[in-house]
Design a protein around this ligand. Structure first.
Ligand code: ASP
Length: 342
């Protein structure tokens, strides 16, 4: 049976071509994609195109576009077997993370991909990324989708979307999931690591919850950071605080005072690590004790991209019972490992 895939083109290098006379990049008419990559027709699936009217560099993608994409997938969920989103690489991990929280109980693949070189370039990586993504987006067994989550496919690897980070602006192999195994690899055969795939709860029903509250701030601490600059404590709902190693921060009175004032202002503090591999473990060193004292929330091994979008999604979300802290501490869709070893 021919599976139906909805391809949403948002922008980025993958939809660009190079003018070899001037050397500049410009977007091509996406309706011509089948001419650019005629091999698309050889894949056993039917592809419907939905290009954004104005393709966006992914640095212009944000909550507004995440909601548009989530709701568009929601509207077309029954009609298509899989969804493929072509996206600029710079913020793809944010969009993948946000969508993973918005698309509840997915039972169909939502794959994001892009490229480091434009489609018209001789050495482009766009072709392989697009073609293999289509395979994964239409992969079914016994009438059930093999991938039932938001994933990123890039340079021969299928990765959990909300675990990805863009770690290279240079190499084709641009994404990693340092805290989660690869979900699939494309070599001579298209392989899937079944044990690592996410599955929704059996009786749960797919729906879209596009709640986003942008009142979230992100701080990365550094040795010698002058907290004295914060004479006025920001009134922000969530502060994602990126600290050292497994959860340490300079042990000064000023630090304690600043963090305590933030908490008194009602700010939730989510603590994540500057290390890309491993994560937070409160209590391991005394320099993390302040976090337990002020009631900060551990982000365990979550990425910054996921911590930010998860905070946006959960803060003030009427569909979640209970408090922000308890909800953030749940592993909602494979974004964090709760029991990290000390
Ligand atoms: N600046 C581009 C973007 O993220 C880079 C890319 O597509 O790879 O939209």
């Amino acid at each position: 049976m021919k599976r139906k895939v909805l391809l949403i083109y948002t922008g980025g290098t993958i939809g660009m071509e190079k003018d070899y006379e001037t050397g500049s990049l410009h977007p091509f008419d996406f309706g011509n994609i089948f001419k650019k990559i005629p091999e698309m027709k050889l894949i056993e699936c039917e592809v419907a195109l939905h290009p954004f009217k104005k393709p966006l560099d992914s640095s212009d993608m944000g909550p507004k576009e995440w909601k548009i994409i989530a709701n568009y997938i929601g509207k077309n969920y029954d009609e298509y077997d899989g969804f493929l989103i072509l996206h600029g690489t710079d913020t793809m991990s944010y969009t993948a993370s946000a969508l993973s929280f918005m698309l509840k109980n997915l039972r169909k693949p939502v794959i994001l991909t892009g490229s480091q070189l434009p489609i018209g370039d001789l050495r482009t990586d766009a072709k392989e990324n697009l073609l293999t993504s289509l395979y994964y987006a239409s992969l079914y067994e016994n009438n059930e989708a093999v991938i039932q989550e938001v994933a990123v496919y890039f340079e021969y690897k299928l990765l959990r979307g909300n675990r990805t980070l863009k770690y290279s602006a240079e190499f084709f192999d641009a994404y990693q999931t340092p805290n989660y195994p690869v979900l699939g690899q494309s070599g001579v055969h298209l392989n899937v690591e079944r044990d690592f795939l996410w599955r929704p709860l059996p009786d749960s029903v797919f729906h879209v919850d596009d709640h986003i509250d942008q009142d979230v701030l992100f701080w990365r601490i550094f040795p010698g950071m002058q907290l004295d600059h914060f004479t006025e404590i920001p009134k922000v709902k969530v502060l994602v605080l990126q600290v050292f190693g497994s959860g340490t921060i300079f042990n000064t009175e000023k630090t304690k005072k600043t963090l305590k004032m933030l908490r008194q202002n009602g700010t939730q503090i989510v603590v994540i690590s500057q290390c890309v591999s491993g994560g937070i473990s409160f209590g391991k060193y005394s320099n993390s004790n302040i976090f337990a004292e002020i009631g900060a929330i551990s982000g365990y091994d979550i990425t910054a991209e996921s911590a930010i979008t998860k905070s946006m999604h959960l803060m003030g979300n009427p569909k979640y019972e209970g408090n922000f802290e308890d909800n953030f501490s749940q592993n909602l869709c494979g974004e964090m490992t709760l029991a990290l070893k000390n």
